[in-house]
Ligand binder design. Structure first.
Ligand SMILES: *[C@@H]1O[C@H](CO)[C@@H](O)[C@H](O)[C@H]1NC(C)=O
Length: 356
């Protein structure tokens, strides 16, 4: 009996010891310089630390209209539970933009006030990158979702993006420095060799992530690539063809400067996402006089628009829905362990629920 008690007490001591170690370890990881952490923990690599509280970028800006507190509440909790921190930036209503501030080339009526406002919201974030001379920033729309394993995915994406650097070159960014735009979240994207203007030209290089167990089965993927003609569970980091939707994209300092010039000061050729895609597409085919945009995309994407439970009319501020239907459960295309749908599970330490 006494022996049993002693065993219990000592196993309790082991648990306390383990917990104290874990607490100390997370404290160290959060507060020490990366060199010190790596020296003390030989099993960790630079990659493990790179995807930090700002996902390896200098900052993260989440854009959305400030009155959509529903989206900010959900975003703040979801990002906190998956280990990153964003700065919210207020989206802009088109009506608040005077005619004098509209870029050359815009027919305001054809573009529509909602698209004009959306463009300005993105532009304000992009200007911050230039003004504050940030090395990079991730710009993300405030209704995004991602997999619970986002940081694991981004470690692979970072390897892929570094793959495009000239051999021997180093960079302080975990993603390297050979891109202007790193397009992480989109509605669909083609490989550049699928574009008519690149017919007959050599293929652009791709970084292939095989056997990515965070990907849904091929039949469940949406997008523009013919996923069925490639091995299942493959993700690519590749030169952008012309992505649709500006869900989430990182800009380097050089990228922010080029986009501020090309999509505001020089002209604006359409809705923001189309204009950014055209900027990238021109870069892929070498048409952009001198600026030569260098854009990389991740396909299938790691961020995707979440359709929240509740009124369908809450989905978008751009589309001006009048639908009165209600969605019982939130959904997100292409994301397997939806962080949004697993909030409760993450907080309670329960098993993750897959969407597929
Ligand atoms: C995360 O890493 C990036 C790139 O090294 C760095 O610029 C950024 O300041 C880091 N973020 C935090 C919160 O330490």
């Amino acid at each position: 009996m006494g022996g049993l008690l002693a065993t219990r007490q000592s196993s309790r001591r082991v648990w306390f010891g383990l917990l104290a170690f874990l607490a100390l370890f997370s404290f160290l990881v959060a507060s020490r310089s990366s060199e010190a952490i790596l020296q003390e923990n030989p099993h960790l690599t630079n990659d493990d630390l790179a995807i930090n509280r700002t996902l390896g970028f200098s900052k993260i800006f989440a854009i959305g209209l400030p009155e959509r507190t529903d989206k900010r509440d959900a975003f703040a909790l979801t990002s906190a539970l998956t280990g990153f921190h964003v700065e919210f930036m207020d989206g802009v209503r088109g009506e608040s933009i005077p005619d004098q501030a509209v870029p050359p080339g815009v027919d305001r009526k054809a573009l529509m006030e909602t698209n004009l406002g959306s463009w300005r919201g993105h532009m304000n974030a992009i200007r911050r990158i230039v003004e504050e001379d940030l090395e990079s920033a991730l710009i993300i729309e405030d209704d995004m979702d991602w997999d619970v394993r986002l940081k694991t995915q981004l470690k692979e994406v970072a390897k892929g993006a570094r793959h495009f650097m000239p051999p021997g070159k180093t960079s302080s960014s975990p993603y390297g420095d050979s891109w202007d735009v790193l397009w992480l979240g989109h509605c669909g994207e083609v490989f550049p060799e699928q574009l008519p203007e690149n017919e007959g030209k050599p293929e652009h290089p791709k970084y292939t992530i095989l056997n990515d167990q965070t990907l849904p089965p091929p039949g469940k993927l949406t997008g523009l690539v013919d996923f069925a003609s490639h091995p299942a569970f493959t993700r690519w980091v590749h030169v952008s063809g012309g992505p649709i939707c500006s869900f989430a994209y990182a800009l380097s300092q050089s990228g922010a400067r080029k986009v501020l010039f090309d999509l505001s000061i020089d002209h604006l050729g359409g809705a923001f996402d189309n204009a950014l895609a055209a900027f990238c597409r021109d870069g892929a085919s070498g048409n952009l006089d001198g600026l030569r945009a260098k854009c990389l995309s991740v396909t299938p994407p790691v961020f995707f628009h979440h359709r929240a439970k509740g009124r369908l009319s809450s989905d978008s501020d751009i589309q001006g829905f009048t639908n009165t239907d209600v969605r019982e459960k939130g959904t997100t295309e292409n994301i397997m362990w939806s962080a949004r749908n697993n909030l409760r599970n993450m907080m309670l330490g329960l098993e993750m629920e897959s969407q597929f």
